[in-house]
Design a protein around this ligand. Sequence first.
Ligand code: SF4
Length: 350
Amino acid sequence: MSGERTLKTAADLLAAGLIDDGTVHETEAVARRYAVAVTPAIAALIDPADPADPIARQFLPSSAELVTLPQERDDPIGDRPHTPVKGIVHRYPDRVLFKAVHVCPVYCRFCFRREMVGPDGDGTLAPTEMEAAFAYIAAHPEIWEVILTGGDPLILSPRRLAEIMRGLAAIDHVRIVRFHTRVPVANPDNIDADLIAALKESGKTLWVALHANHPRELTPQARDACARLVDAGIAMVSQSVLLKGVNDDPTVLGALMRAFVESRIKPYYLHHPDLAPGTGHFRMDIGEGQAIVAALRGHVSGLCQPAYVLDIPGGHGKAPLGPDAVAPGPDGCWSVSDYRGGLHVWPPRP
Ligand code: SF4
């Protein structure tokens, strides 16, 4: 039984039947360290009878999170070195992250910003900090795109979102506003006419990047929520994380990508898991990841192919992880592999 409110404690999860008496203590220990939230829509997707349930693995605390490996770090993708004013990350020339809020509807157990988000995280920007963030964007004409993330921007009320969008509307050189969110999956009813009207206050071209990792997350309700955004003229892309025990299987990953495309969401990024503390149980070797991604090529539509990427620790940005289909060959030719593994010389010999 999942109930109608977000579950935030071990006692909540126990009462909802999502954990049992034997795991309450370890769940409490993890919840003291990292934020927990499971919305009714997500709780309804969890099969408590399945110890390997891929939805439970993403959202229910595990004692494995209490193991921090030496290579793991508080700021795994290096936001802080690129933060000129609170709430802004200016890593690449033409775009900034705008982290207006530091809470999420659900807390992913593999979250790359787990030391910054949550009730004990960096907090929502105060009015003066918000002004400073807008002033920074306005003072940098090279900023073409503003990416609202954090935190999940669509957790904000339509009133707060409309304020932010009016602030961006006043900055001419900002042409694109992108939102990174899990709300259409975690709280699909929140994607309503008021929220969509608020987003459109900016008058800018809008993109929404939906974060989902397993095809079961694309429920009929989630698909309807996405359809409301797309029907309103908002373009959508996906972002997923390649996670051990969740989607590290070409069949599951292919089904996820097809579910996105069926929902008019273009698969965009498939992230290799970042080195966030206590997340080692989700990570595979990059070679294993490349093999899974290679298995999609040719077997599911070209529309369903995401870019497999790694955020280089230290804030150096994203690197495509391939796998490469082409390599230098003899005599200035190239060796090109087809999707079945066959090798071909390009250009073909006359
Ligand atoms: S929605 Fe994103 S920021 Fe929020 S907990 Fe999940 S991964 Fe972290």
